[in-house]
Design a binder for this molecule. Structure first.
Ligand code: SF4
Length: 289
């Protein structure tokens, strides 16, 4: 059995304008025809016993919810024997109880991007609106990962955000420092290192106390969860398939491509990644690996 991943960039629309965004936003939604063709080709290229992960990415994928519903229904009808899992990355603004019920019923795992800017974090507090909180309660905790998007100037808040999210019931986390559109200075790198070491130590302590915490972002070389590092299949909003391309996000924006390929950002990336690698080593040490 092989595990395979296909990422569908279902829309380049987004209701937000985050300062660190790497997506070239537009008004496009993938057509069902493009999605169907990409999926048909992808399923045909493997075996029925393969485990396939279908990931919905954007922009804000919930702006393409009718398409996502159609895709999930189509796969269920046409490939009933295939083991398929779904994952959707969202900023959470459009999560309502009705959307959450659809996601829970269809076993769509959710990666919720929690940024430390004012939309999700104000006055040192993680701040979700009431509607989103009620929606989150309808999704099984095992199906939600909180991605803490760490901006350089907010690096010192990563552990406090982690503790608050833990208290809200989150048990799966992904720490994502923004290295692709923002530069980090030495002071910020030290704050990031201190913050993630505290997160790792706390997560370990909670796990020892029987509250198992899953920390992602520290999996050594396996970064395939990110569209940036997905080496499998990435289908852009126009239905163009990119395969085996480390910089698979490129079709989303020429300026992002230029930034990522510039020496400036690759050096920045290496510095941040070094800190994350130190975190990985610390985590492995605590876990006796
Ligand atoms: S929510 Fe995501 S896609 Fe939308 S602006 Fe922010 S980073 Fe970009």
């Amino acid at each position: 059995m092989k595990k395979r991943t296909i990422i569908l960039f279902v829309t380049d629309k987004c209701n937000r304008r985050c300062s660190y965004c790497r997506v070239h936003k537009g008004t496009n939604v993938m057509t069902f025809g493009s999605a169907k063709k990409a999926l048909d080709d992808y399923f045909a290229g493997g075996k029925t016993k393969d485990e396939i992960s279908v990931k919905f990415f954007g922009g804000e994928p919930l702006l393409a919810l009718p398409l996502i519903k159609k895709i999930v229904a189509y796969i269920g009808a046409v490939h009933p024997k295939q083991k398929v899992s779904y994952l959707l990355t969202t900023n959470g603004d459009l999560l309502t109880p009705a959307v959450a019920i659809f996601l829970a019923q269809n076993n769509v795992a959710v990666t919720l991007s929690v940024d430390l800017e004012k939309k999700h974090y104000s006055g040192g507090r993680v701040d979700f609106d009431r509607r989103m909180l009620s929606a989150l309660k309808m999704i099984p905790p095992r199906n939600i990962t909180a991605t803490i998007v760490v901006l350089p100037r907010k690096a010192g808040f990563v552990d406090s955000a982690f503790v608050q999210l833990f208290a809200m019931g989150f048990r799966s986390f992904h720490i994502l420092p923004v290295y692709y559109t923002m530069m980090w200075d030495e002071k910020q790198l030290v704050a990031l290192r201190n913050g993630i070491f505290r997160v790792i130590a706390l997560a370990h302590m909670f796990s020892l106390e029987g509250q198992k915490v899953l920390l992602r972002g520290f999996q050594n070389k396996d970064r395939s969860d990110s569209p940036l590092f997905n080496k499998d299949h990435f289908v852009d909003v126009k239905g163009v398939v990119n395969q085996g391309d480390d910089w698979a996000m490129m079709p989303a924006g020429a300026e992002t491509k230029a930034l990522l390929l510039s020496g400036k950002y690759s050096d920045n990336y290496l510095k941040v990644q070094r800190v994350m690698d130190e975190g990985t080593a610390f985590k492995n040490q605590l876990e006796g690996k």
